[in-house]
Design a protein around this ligand. Sequence first.
Ligand code: AMP
Length: 379
Amino acid sequence: MTNHPLPPNATIGIIGGGQLGRMTALAAARLGYRCHILTPEPDSPASLVSAAVTLADFEDQAALRRFADAVDVITFEFENVSAAGLDLLASLKPVRPSPAVLRISQDRITEKTFLNEAGVATAPWRAIDTLDDLRTAAAELGLPAILKTTRLGYDGKGQALLRTEADLATAFAELEPKPLILEGFVDFACEISVIIARGANGESAAFDTVENRHRNHILDLTLAPARIAEATATAAQDIARRVAIGLDLVGLLAVEMFVAADGRVLVNEIAPRPHNSGHWTIDACPASQFELHVRAVAGLPLPPAIRHSDAVMKNLVGPDDTALWPQILATPTLIPHLYGKTEARPGRKMGHVTHLFPRGALPGEFGVAAGLGVLGGSK
Ligand code: AMP
């Protein structure tokens, strides 16, 4: 199918069963495709809305083979499949984005090396194998600094803020698996992201730069568009395009960035899949990040990533936010999304809401909080 669009009723295989897979499957269904989910989780958010599921571990080679045999193209909502698994999948069916892209984004050292070689600025960083490496790197980069695992970190897991010399040994002992990476602390004015889709023919479409606010290391709010200088928003778009081209991406890519206090834009990390900071696009754009993901993977034309409205997206995290569901449903200005998870554990993303504003009318802090109604003051 390399150069041919995937025909209607074909099957898209999605690795991972979370909410990103669920919303991808919903977008795929609207375009007439079926989805087949590979996940170890029974009743996963994605499998609940998909035609088929292979219930297996991501490293179960026999299951990967059965899954690949049953689908027409393979993509991801979860990117931490081993190199062996990726190679097996790619030997059987088209894998989009390619295993090479996933390998780069799976590892913070490979990722930052790739970015810096592509001329994209990041926080200064050092690879850390030993406590001695950490002492040397901390002296070079200065404190505070952030020590992170290179693999499998997300939502603030697998990282430690080092404030003083005394923090070094404990953080080094606690963070696993090794090796680690030490990053200079970025005194950022705000965090932003750009989501870009790119097709096999090289055409691309990027959504406007958005601002992201975190609470307890988990994304809390996305404001679309970001309230930053136009030159900064454009710089972020240019970076996303450069990264997508450098990766020879086919699919969707989220680029998370810091706007430093001095206005420079530094990339924090990249994710070659739909991203939480793009959920607002379902309600504020004619074609969402999920539709663009499906279109890029299926070889369909990419529509422009335009926005008909400004938007605020707020995540519903854990039991406290979930308890507000009845009030959310009773607020007509909140567009509700729930992911079908049965257990609202603390810190777990259960759903999100979007509040739309006319294009160009995203208000200030007070207006944003007021727009979120019952969720506006939730902490
Ligand atoms: P990450 O898991 O790398 O996305 O980091 C999670 C969050 O930690 C980011 O969204 C930032 O708020 C913060 N953070 C990560 N790296 C740095 C850094 N080098 N300097 C300052 N804050 C950071």
